[in-house]
Design a protein around this ligand. Structure first.
Ligand code: ZN
Length: 271
């Protein structure tokens, strides 16, 4: 088990397992705080954690539609854990770049994007709810200007504190949303691939043999509640369930892939 403080790889992919656990905690704390952008017409830069706040997702979607081709996104949401990982490496002299204290950077709000083709889309982005915040100093960087963006940075720190307390009963910390020395130390001492004793919902989809269980039943009932017709709520993820999921996804503006992952669960109010 490699701890965050022991990592020597610069790519934030190294903490993806822990990031995903934090993602679930955060969405339980603040529903819909982060949504996926993986289904949009984007190319994913190496290390991209493809999430941002819903107003930012909508603004990106509108810009992509206007642009008519895909864009390469190098960075979107960056968690406090990813930032702490970089900060620790900076402290150990492993990297030269300027690394801000975790908890403060723009990308931790989930409303910033780094876009490879920035020069081609600068004007287009600024007319679709994005600010070219730092000009040529950080040319790839855009911030969403929607007034519906909330500062989720304290929430995500609180989500980490909850995750830590859930998995470390003998070493409880304050759930105050503040990244003090103690919380930073706990991040450093967390396993990069995630805590082994935490379980999150499985991905539900049409498989052979069918997936079966209470969790499927919950999805079926949630689909009905959302107004999607579904004859049987039989706890079996069958063809009819897949069709209903697709109809639901379409009604929410998602790509209808019939797979109930985190995004669909959030919109079905199951997370
Ligand atoms: Zn940036």
């Amino acid at each position: 088990m490699i701890l965050v403080k022991e990592l020597t790889a610069v790519s934030t992919i190294a903490v993806r397992g822990l990031d995903l656990q934090l993602f679930w905690e955060l969405n339980q704390l603040v529903p819909n705080s982060l949504v996926s952008i993986a289904d949009l017409n984007i190319k994913k830069g190496e290390g991209l954690f493809p999430y941002c706040q819903l107003p930012a997702r909508n603004a990106l979607k509108a810009a992509l539609t206007a642009y008519g081709q895909s864009l390469t996104i190098n960075s979107a949401y960056r968690s406090v854990i990813a930032q702490a990982m970089l900060y620790s490496q900076k402290q150990r002299g492993l990297i030269d770049n300027l690394v801000g204290y975790p908890g403060k950077s723009d990308h931790q709000k989930g409303a910033s994007l780094d876009i490879e083709e920035w020069a081609d889309v600068k004007t287009l982005m600024t007319s679709h709810g994005w600010k070219w915040t730092y000009g040529n100093k950080d040319a790839m960087h855009f911030d969403c200007t929607s007034n519906q963006i909330r500062d989720i940075r304290p929430d995500s720190i609180k989500a980490f504190q909850k995750l830590w307390n859930k998995t470390n009963p003998d070493n409880q910390i304050a759930e105050d949303g503040d990244l003090g020395e103690q919380t930073l130390k706990c991040i450093y001492n967390s396993p990069a691939e995630g805590f082994p004793n935490v379980q999150y919902p499985r991905i539900l989809k049409l498989t052979t043999p069918y997936q079966f269980g209470k969790d499927v039943g919950q999805v079926q009932l949630a689909l009905r509640k959302a107004g999607i017709p579904l004859e049987q709520a039989n706890q079996i993820f069958d063809n009819a369930t897949e069709q209903a999921v697709k109809a639901f996804q379409q009604s929410k503006g998602l790509s209808p892939d019939g797979v109930v992952g985190e995004q669909s669960r959030i919109l079905l109010q199951l997370s």
